[in-house]
Write a protein that binds this ligand. Structure first.
Ligand SMILES: Cc1cc2nc3c(=O)[nH]c(=O)nc-3n(C[C@H](O)[C@H](O)[C@H](O)COP(=O)(O)OP(=O)(O)OC[C@H]3O[C@@H](n4cnc5c(N)ncnc54)[C@H](O)[C@@H]3O)c2cc1C
Length: 459
């Protein structure tokens, strides 16, 4: 019998299996491809990248670059293999996807402690296990996960509204408050962006003309059937904002942009329309755009949403998107160690936890594999410091607010605020990164003192 079962040989599962195997566990890694394919994968390789071949920036003063540096210091397998498969891409890490996936496949298949089994898993395994079956988890396993989590805690589609960094909102134009003054906080729960008639009409016009991301056939099919896309979000309840706007020029003004009960203190009147932003993280550094789930291309979101009064200089911590995506309601189900709360020998890793993006998914795999090995040895699983990018991401997915929980990518807005405000964006990024790496080094020193620590990458 293996010591650990890993379900899914994608980005998270491959990293997790290797981490545990390097720490001496006998790992059985189940991957259903090539016998059973997902709608997006095309090969039988482990760690196949399904879309872009870019793993994002390498600049350490950006969230994605910091996360890579943390992965390197924690002894990732996939990061050095990606670097060894790199193709020229400026300051981004882009790879030859086949070379990368071949290298990962070879590293795992030749590992003496890893057995790769090409089979679909249809039930939650017993004993020490990691579920890393990804955004396109097979139907049978999805049903088993739903039985474990409860139907209401498993979603099949994301409907992500953009998130704006609070500091970048112009409060000389926007005002705080809730409809009819019903705020729970003294300062007012929402940030409201007021629009006059001309601003509203120009915005709606730009919105319906903006370029959209095309949905895949398998996504259209899911939508026709109706799918769960988040807590109390069934798909019909979360139409893309641009589709809603197409229904008529007043559709938004009577929908998510309705001004009713919102008085602009500068005019003493209800504006013609209002875009509302709701606080998204405990620190109050991030705000999400209420009702703005969208399929517009990212540069179009930046262009069109910056037409909203007060958001002219908005920095987007996350752009909106909608696609097929199996993920669990981690805030109610997981600990920041990635353990399932009611079954501590069961871990979840990868996109299924609500972490978005290739590198974030590799990172959750690293921690799940490492923590599974610690649990097997009778040690406490690790909780990373919140000042690190990975620690902050894990804190977010396990503590996010009920109504807005949607997959989240690494971004600096998730980190605890710096002790003093730094206006310059790059200098702020450097300060976040320095603090994160110091926190990580101090944490790793403590872990090493317990006789544990990162495993070295392959020679
Ligand atoms: C269409 C699409 C495009 C995306 N594009 C990007 C992008 O360009 N950039 C980006 O950063 N992120 C992208 N993502 C998001 C995400 O980063 C990737 O999906 C990433 O691969 C997720 O890593 P993972 O390890 O969680 O899942 P995966 O890498 O998908 O791995 C999961 C593995 O589990 C296997 N599996 C599923 N069910 C079973 C089962 N029952 N038994 C055994 N094996 C099973 C699958 O075959 C797969 O190999 C995209 C997601 C989707 C769906």
């Amino acid at each position: 019998m293996p010591d650990l079962i890993v379900v899914g040989g994608g980005l998270a599962g491959s990293e997790a299996a290797w981490q545990a195997a390097q720490r001496g566990l006998k790992v059985r890694l189940y991957e259903m491809r090539p016998r059973k394919m997902t709608p997006a994968h095309t090969t039988g390789y482990l760690a196949e990248l399904v879309c872009s071949n870019s793993l994002g920036t390498t600049l350490i003063d950006r969230a994605g670059g910091l996360l890579k540096e943390e992965l390197r210091r924690m002894g990732s397998l996939l990061l050095p293999l990606a670097e060894a498969s790199a193709v020229p891409a400026g300051s981004a890490l882009a790879v030859d996807r086949n070379v990368f996936a071949q290298k990962v496949t070879e590293a795992l298949e030749s590992h003496p402690n890893i057995e790769v089994v090409r089979e679909e898993v249809t039930d939650i395994p017993q004993g020490l296990s990691i579920i890393a079956s990804g955004p396109l988890t097979s139907n049978a396993l999805s049903q088993a996960i739903a039985r474990l989590t409860g139907q209401e805690h498993l979603y099949f589609f994301d409907a992500i509204a953009p998130i704006v960094v609070a500091d970048s909102i112009n409060m000389d134009i926007c005002f705080r408050g809730a409809r009819y003054g019903r705020s729970a906080t003294a300062e007012g729960d929402y940030i409201n962006c007021p629009m006059d008639k001309a601003q509203y009409e120009a915005f709606v016009d730009a919105l319906v003309r903006a370029e959209r991301i095309e949905l895949h056939d398998f996504e259209r099919f899911a939508l026709q059937q109706g799918v769960r896309a988040g807590k109390s979000k069934f798909f019909e309840g979360c139409l893309p904002i641009e589709v809603m706007a197409q229904r008529g020029k007043d559709a938004l003004r009577f929908g998510p942009l309705r001004p009713t009960g919102l008085i602009d203190p500068r005019t003493g009147r209800e504006p013609y329309a209002v875009v509302q932003l709701r606080q998204d993280n405990l620190a109050g550094t991030l705000y999400n755009m209420v009702g703005f789930q969208t399929n517009l291309k990212f540069p179009e979101q930046r262009r069109v949403f910056r037409m909203i009064p007060g958001l002219e200089q908005a920095e987007f911590a996350r752009y909106g998107q909608m696609h097929r995506n199996t993920f669990i309601f981690s805030p109610a189900l997981l600990d920041p160690t990635l353990q399932f709360r009611t079954r501590p020998d069961l871990f979840f890793a990868g996109q299924i936890t609500g972490v978005e993006g290739y590198v974030g998914n590799i990172a959750t795999g690293l921690l799940a594999g490492w923590n599974a090995a610690r649990l097997a040895r009778g040690q406490e699983p690790l909780v990373l410091p919140r000042e690190t990018m990975l620690g902050a991401l894990l804190y977010y997915i396990t503590h996010a607010s009920e109504h807005d929980f949607q997959p989240m990518k690494a971004n600096f807005g998730l980190l605890p605020p710096l002790p003093r405000r730094i206006r310059d964006k790059r200098a702020r990024g450097r300060a976040y990164a320095e603090r994160a790496l110091q926190a990580l080094e101090a944490f790793l020193a403590e872990v090493r003192a317990q006789g544990d620590g990162p495993v070295p990458p392959p020679a």
